[in-house]
Write a protein that binds this ligand. Structure first.
Ligand SMILES: [Zn+2]
Length: 684
């Protein structure tokens, strides 16, 4: 039988946004409040897994139409799940494609974390339907604006419909602090980069473009206010509808709407790499005034000084103990050094810079100034954003040698009664980095005891099981704490995890929110039988989300044979889709013993991997970053350098540079601080 399909005429659009999908799918459909037809296509038999996405998208689409004050430009807004997909999602106009895990939600076995992540991705792609599709950047140089904007506004949309998730706090831990790590490397790049060859394009879809780009937008939005921002944005989108444009045009529209000198302020953030470290010196005067001197210099991860002497125009905010919920001083710092006078401030009052961590800078305080912050951290007077960034900044300063890691370990004790999910997520990340370093010392067990002491109070409070009507953030906090405690050797937690895992195999399923923690803990201490059980579960799982949970845990074993088996499982046969392989190998490289095995594996199989994944594949970059960054031995630097020199895979050149810089930094930290940390831990 033959049939003819006629398509409507498409509007003027960029070719990279055209998509066709051919295949057998089920779908569900609705119309949004403006009458736009919306469908979610799912694999056959999984219609109900599309409900979450359809419901959210039908609310977010009219929200954007109202926010931009521009109607959704075309007649339909469809979304579809693709079985094996290199990206997480792609914003094709009217037919957004996703990995299954990024779109589908099983009401019975999807975790809150995945729901939240999907809400983010869906809101991101829908924002592109205007910002990116209706108005398209002229050239790849401005890619960061496209992605940075969508990454920012996705938080605005999700916050609107799920205020209980407190996503703006999570933004600071997940996006802002991530950019601060990468952009501190000497091998970083400005977010506006000239692109002359197609091979240079893939490399700029990186954390710096997305995370710094959106942090710049967040700072800008705060600087000019929502009204001016929306007005300028509307005019920009109207003026360039169905056309191409450049970053400058957005700045000039926003400058006009706000009356503020944007172009001067923004260029220091977009045209040069890096960001400043603001150092605070203070001197108390007799008449309740305090003189604050601020200096700026580029913050470089390994503490080396900035030869180029880069300078930024920084919107600085300061607030103090007497009025902790409002800004005492706001000033645009456009010089290497400025002096500010604070009135009405008592001798022992704390001060803090960067209210709610919106400005793109790290802060270094003198020891007495930092010590005063222990109190508002412990009694939670400071916002979660500020609490988490204080320890994040101090950890970075320790890595750079501005401070000793003993200072960091002392500071963390102020967080013993912390109960905020996002603050803990951030601590788990900084402490995870330190753990992967101290793994290379012979006092690692003592450090595990320190970790147990740090999280015992929160673990006692939240336990294993969800209570009725529990705050969703507590449900997301639980697996973080259980994993941290389990990996630190808490025997009761290890036993309970094993017990629950056994029951799970027998059909008494574990709550999906804590399942990742149980899988990781049993895998960590498990033998080859555990490994087999995990693989069996993997093969039986018909949801990508469940497979990813299992794959994440599988390689996190301390048993070399299990790690080898995981690598085989991931790369041989067709057990694991290509899109998920990096998740499996990253798990294997998460321990000292696994890292060595993975590095040997990569060297032996690199040519095959390049062939299979393609020589410009972003997965090669993921392999390099996630498998090699956590070494701490300088000997590895020359090994890695010479291997990739002869491998000659240009896609990973930047990633290799970043990895090498990171390893050198870590090795220096050990040389510098290891003795002092050992001494401190032995006194605990
Ligand atoms: Zn995007």
């Amino acid at each position: 039988m033959e049939s003819i399909t006629k398509f409507d005429r498409t509007p003027t659009m960029s070719t990279y946004l055209v998509a066709y999908v051919v295949g057998e799918y089920d779908y569900i459909e609705t119309k949004d409040s403006n009458g736009i037809s919306m469908r979610v296509y799912t694999p056959l038999g999984k219609k109900e897994h599309g409900n979450f996405a359809l419901d959210l998208a039908s609310k977010v689409l009219p929200f954007y139409a109202e926010y931009f004050n521009i109607k959704y430009p075309i007649a339909k807004a469809d979304q579809i799940a693709i079985p094996d997909f290199a990206s997480r999602a792609m914003e094709n106009w009217g037919l957004i494609t996703y990995r299954e895990i990024a779109l589908l939600i099983d009401p019975k076995s999807s975790s809150l974390t995945v729901r939240q992540r999907n809400a983010m991705t869906i809101s991101h792609e829908l924002a592109h339907q205007w910002f990116g599709n209706l108005v398209t950047m002229d050239w790849w140089t401005d890619l960061w604006l496209n992605e940075g904007f969508a990454r920012w506004i996705q938080y605005l949309a999700v916050d609107r419909f799920y205020p209980e998730w407190d996503v703006w706090t999570q933004y600071v831990a997940d996006v802002f602090s991530q950019f601060l790590v990468l952009d501190a490397l000497k091998s970083s790049h400005p977010i506006e980069v000239p692109i002359g060859h197609p091979s240079e394009i893939d490399g700029i879809f990186d954390t710096i473009s997305y995370a710094k780009g959106s942090s710049v937008i967040r700072m800008l939005h705060d600087y000019i206010g929502d009204d001016a921002f929306r007005k300028g944005l509307h005019n920009y989108l109207k003026d360039y509808s169905y056309k191409n444009t450049v970053t400058f045009n957005l700045w000039s529209h926003l400058a006009k709407a706000s009356g503020k000198p944007l172009i001067e302020v923004m260029s220091s953030w977009t045209l040069q790499m890096g960001y400043p470290l603001v150092t605070v010196y203070e001197e108390q005067q007799s008449n309740k005034t305090r003189i604050i001197k601020l200096t700026q210099q580029r913050f470089i991860a390994d503490g080396s000084s900035d030869d180029e002497n880069l300078q930024w125009t920084i919107p600085i905010t300061i607030f103090t103990k007497s009025n902790p919920k409002s800004i005492a001083k706001e000033i645009l710092m456009d010089k290497p050094e400025i002096t500010i006078t604070l009135e009405n401030i008592s001798e022992d009052d704390w001060i803090k810079l960067n209210y709610n961590s919106i400005g793109l800078y790290r802060v270094k305080y003198e020891p007495k100034t930092l010590a005063r912050l222990n109190e508002p951290i412990a009694n939670k007077i400071l916002s979660p954003q500020d609490r988490l960034m204080i320890q994040d900044d101090v950890a970075a300063l320790c890595n750079a040698g501005h401070q000793s890691f003993v200072d960091y370990l002392k500071l963390l004790l102020s967080y013993k009664d912390e109960d905020n999910f996002t603050v803990w997520k951030s601590i788990a990340s900084t402490i995870g980095n330190l753990s992967s370093l101290l793994e290379y010392t012979d006092y690692f067990d003592q450090f595990k005891k320190y970790r147990l002491n740090l999280c015992s109070s929160i673990q006692n409070r939240i336990g294993w099981d969800a209570t009725t009507n529990e705050n969703p953030l507590v449900a997301m906090l639980r697996p973080i704490i259980l994993t941290l405690m389990g990996k630190s050797g808490d025997q009761a937690i290890i036993d309970e995890a094993k017990n629950r895992f056994q029951q799970h195999i027998n059909g008494n399923l574990i709550d999906p929110n804590i399942r990742p923690a149980v899988y990781v803990v049993v895998s960590h201490y498990g033998d080859e039988n555990t490994q087999e059980e995990l693989q069996k579960l993997y093969k039986a799982a018909d949801m990508n989300e469940e497979k990813v949970r299992l794959l994440t845990a599988m390689g996190q074993s301390l048993n070399p044979a299990s790690i080898e088996k995981t690598l085989q499982f991931v790369f041989e046969g067709d057990n694991v889709r290509m899109q998920d392989a990096y998740i499996g190998i990253a798990g294997c490289a998460s321990s000292r013993v696994g890292r060595d095995i993975v590095w040997k594996f990569l060297q032996k199989n690199w040519t095959k991997l390049v062939e299979r994944f393609g020589e410009s594949s972003v997965f090669l970059i993921y392999f390099v970053e996630s498998c090699l960054s956590n070494f701490a031995d300088e000997k590895l630097v020359s090994e890695i350098e010479s291997f990739f020199h002869s491998a000659n895979t240009s896609t990973v050149t930047l990633a290799v540079k970043q990895v090498i810089e990171t390893i050198q930094m870590r090795s220096n930290v050990l040389k510098r601080d290891s003795k002092a940390i050992e001494e401190y831990l032995s006194q605990q």
